[in-house]
Design a protein around this ligand. Structure first.
Ligand SMILES: Cc1cc2nc3c(=O)[nH]c(=O)nc-3n(C[C@H](O)[C@H](O)[C@H](O)COP(=O)(O)OP(=O)(O)OC[C@H]3O[C@@H](n4cnc5c(N)ncnc54)[C@H](O)[C@@H]3O)c2cc1C
Length: 466
């Protein structure tokens, strides 16, 4: 189909929404957070509302083109991109917070609502929605549910799947299905199928709305920042924190290379060069949490930190978080391209896997900094490079593959929160093997037989056959 025919057909399906087909418009949708990999879609559609999205989906099979759902496009795994061409569906028209049941601790939201919009609506009610990816100011709940997003506080609170009560999903034939709902799986709502949907990365269906579980805001929060001279002492602190009855909400780590990056920037916080930095948060009822503060501070000192700072005052807590929050933003300023890898390992393998990252990156001459959710064993090695130099991308891909092989060997897995996208699709057989991969593909094909939804994602074999 030529571009003019495609535009005409799309406009007929979306009389109220927008259809983008010019090259400059499409360029804005060519990549996600992995900006160095780009695929121009054939078109982008922005449905005005859920009815129009359903109308588009009913017509989409006849278009014979891949269909790729996209929220804010902040994925770090090559998820919401047209890797095999096709039509990108931007969900910014589906932004209603449809219902808030403050006493029942749940809400009903459309897929294009951003995490920050939800947070602002919940705050006056003393409520919050715990999953907190650092992209919160822009990322959407649709993207969060599709990639089962996590965040700093997921060590105690858990990831997105722990808070999704129900999903409304449109299949490619235009049929609308509801899996779960505010009351969970009671009634005809087939709640168990919800688990297929969460983390499916746009490969099974288009989500239109969700029913989400909420929690009361913790009465009191204490933030601790401690630095350590070596990884052995840092690991001792992590193990002690994980087992501590204060049940920390967050245990975040910056390695010495990340500390050096922050300290050589305008965001410098006075952290000692060469140190590992741990950021820890405990929260809950004031009467319980206040009583744990001295113990947590002592635990950090006992593990070897000579520099433990902590506070429950908002302004000081913000200062303690500064290095952790600044680090992500600095990556983009330091090098033309970067990859944030996302692997989960058993915590006992931390030193070994981190050493492998350093050895492989140093040998290849690729800079690496590590900023990650240490409590969960969720590593995020960042590789800084210049994608315009072909050999650099090859080197980064070789290091990433070697890393993932070792991660699987030590009993870990390929993603803790960013999803697989197309960046890690080639590694999936390392985890699932031949039979497991065949079963996984059979599930995807049951919902979407021709792999028209987000092809070449999650499994390399998911190629759309027009
Ligand atoms: C600076 C930065 C920090 C980050 N920090 C974290 C973090 O701490 N934790 C974390 O988990 N992630 C993090 N991420 C990754 C990313 O923000 C999350 O994966 C987020 O959930 C993506 O949301 P999005 O709206 O941008 O989705 P997109 O990037 O647009 O899409 C992500 C996936 O969801 C699918 N999708 C989107 N909407 C729908 C829908 N309505 N129906 C079906 N499928 C859909 C897409 O096809 C794609 O596969 C970070 C990213 C950046 C850039």
């Amino acid at each position: 189909m030529n571009a003019a025919d495609l535009a005409r057909q799309l406009r007929a399906l979306l009389p109220r929404g927008r259809v983008l087909t010019s090259a400059p418009q499409l360029a804005g949708y060519a990549s996600d957070g992995l900006g160095f990999k780009a695929w121009l879609p054939d078109a982008v559609v922005i449905p005005a509302d859920a009815q129009e999205l359903a109308q588009f989906m009913r017509g989409a099979v006849a278009l014979n083109l891949p269909v790729i759902m996209r929220g804010a496009g902040t994925s770090l795994s090559g998820g919401p991109v047209a890797a095999q061409g096709g039509v990108v569906v931007h969900t910014s028209g589906l932004r209603a917070i449809r219902h808030l049941e403050a006493n029942g601790l749940w809400c009903e939201v459309e897929c294009g609502v951003s995490l920050q919009e939800l947070e602002q609506v919940l705050l006056p009610h003393g409520l919050f929605y715990p999953p907190d990816p650092s992209s919160g100011p822009v990322c959407t709940l649709g993207g969060n549910v599709a990639s089962n997003a996590g965040g700093a506080h997921c060590f105690r609170y858990g990831v997105t799947s722990n808070y999704v009560l129900g999903v409304e999903a449109l299949m490619l034939d235009g049929s609308l299905h509801r899996f779960g709902g505010p009351a969970g799986g009671r009634g005809p709502w087939r709640e168990d199928w919800k688990r297929f949907m969460i983390g499916s990365e746009g490969t099974l269906a288009a989500f239109t709305r969700f029913w989400l579980r909420l929690l009361p805001l913790p009465e009191k929060i204490w933030t601790f920042r401690a630095t350590f001279a070596d990884l052995r002492a840092t690991e001792a602190a992590i193990h002690a924190l994980v087992a501590h009855p204060s049940a920390p909400a967050a245990i975040e780590l910056l390695d010495p290379r990340a500390v050096a990056m922050v300290e050589s920037s305008q965001m410098a916080c006075g952290l000692p060069q060469g140190s590992f930095m741990l950021l820890v948060e405990i929260d809950g009822p004031a009467a319980l949490v206040d009583g744990r503060v001295a113990e947590v501070a002592q635990l950090l000192r006992d593990a070897g930190s000579g520099d433990v700072q902590f506070s429950d005052e908002a302004a000081i807590r913000q200062r303690l978080w500064k290095a952790r929050k600044a680090a992500g933003g600095l990556l983009g300023q330091l090098s033309p391209s970067y990859v944030v890898q996302d692997a989960v390992i058993p915590k006992r393998a931390l030193a070994e896997v981190l050493q492998l990252v350093y050895d492989e990156a140093d040998a290849a001459g690729i800079a690496t900094v590590n900023i990650f959710h240490a409590g969960d064993g969720n590593l995020h090695p960042n590789f800084l490079f210049d994608a315009r130099q072909p050999d650099q991308l090859e080197k980064v891909e070789r290091i990433s593959k070697r890393l993932m092989q070792r991660v699987v060997e030590v009993g870990g897995t390929l993603s803790g929160e960013h999803g697989i996208g197309n960046d890690k699709a080639a590694y999936m057989p390392m985890v699932f093997g031949i039979v497991g991969t065949r079963l996984q593909l059979a599930v995807a094909a049951a919902f979407n037989p021709a792999h028209q939804l987000n092809p070449l994602k999650v499994f390399e074999q998911r190629r759309f056959c027009a």
